[in-house]
Design a protein. Structure first.
Length: 282
């Protein structure tokens, strides 16, 4: 036993220590690869770094401009109405053209020449546009009839005129203006706003709350200028004793799409908006 102890304490001890280091070299490093040591530094993987950078590059805000945005610098006034009505004008097809409705017809798309007299003070449709152009006639229509007993549209009435609504080419968002006229209902105003909603406006070139006298111009396919629409809604709800009044060439809204539809009545009778002598004199 003494000799064995001496062997371990001498050259035997050195051999054993060498064996330990050999075993560590075989198994120790392999074991450490499965879990980092406390003093090792672990760097983020390239994939994690790339994903963070990609997040900032991909998710960008989208900004769009509405065709119905307000028109800068506009303001509107009201004017007293002659004989204001008490019924719901939104439910009346004389005021609300989209309620009445109209249908396409196979007629000439452009200006036409009619004989007879004309009114030199009638509303002029060139002034619908900022450049006072004669627009492209994209479509033409005829208004429906109306069943007053059952409150529903009927097929278009036969006879003249063959066209009562014209569809003019416009640019989406283009500003639309009041057709200028020679009429003055007071304080330099050309017309009252008899009706307005988010898609259309009805202008009356006399002071009466009715389409029975004078000219009534309908414009659909527009975003009525928000402040003008709000003013109309306020005074319409308040009894229509006063309504917004507008001057020739004053901005009233923006085109919703590539076409606006325009119609005109004279003493409640639909006229042909293509007539050069009446609505396109200047």
């Amino acid at each position: 036993m003494v000799r064995q102890g001496k062997w371990l304490g001498g050259s035997g001890w050195a051999a054993a220590l060498g064996l330990v280091w050999i075993l560590y070299g075989i198994y120790g490093e392999a074991g450490m690869t499965s879990a980092p040591r406390a003093y090792d530094t672990v760097s983020p993987t390239p994939t994690a770094s790339y994903q963070i950078a990609a997040t900032h590059r991909v998710y960008l805000p989208l900004v769009s401009r509405s065709v119905c945005e307000p028109i800068p610098g506009v303001s509107y006034e009201t004017f007293p109405v002659i004989n204001p009505v008490s019924f719901d004008v939104a439910a009346n097809p004389d005021y609300n053209l989209l309620l009445l409705g109209y249908v396409p017809v196979n007629e000439y798309k452009g200006l036409v020449e009619y004989g007879g007299d004309f009114d030199s003070m009638a509303p002029q449709f060139r002034f619908l546009f900022g450049d006072h152009r004669i627009p492209v006639f994209q479509n033409v229509y005829k208004n429906n009839g109306w069943d007053w007993q059952n409150h529903r549209p009927l097929p278009p009435p036969p006879g003249w005129p063959p066209v009562t609504i014209a569809g003019f080419r416009v640019n989406p968002g283009e500003i639309i203006y009041v057709p200028d006229s020679g009429y003055n209902i007071g304080n330099g105003f050309d017309a009252l706003v008899l009706y307005a909603d988010t898609q259309q406006i009805t202008l009356k070139y006399t002071g009466e709350d009715s389409t029975q006298q004078g000219y009534t111009v309908y414009i659909t396919g527009i975003c009525v200028e928000p402040s003008l629409l709000g003013l109309y809604q306020q005074w319409n709800a308040g009894g229509r004793g006063w309504l917004p009044a507008v001057r020739g060439g004053q901005p009233i809204g923006r085109a919703r799409g590539a076409q606006i539809d325009v119609g005109v009545r004279d003493n409640n009778v639909f006229m042909d908006p293509r007539s050069r002598k009446d609505w396109w004199q200047r």
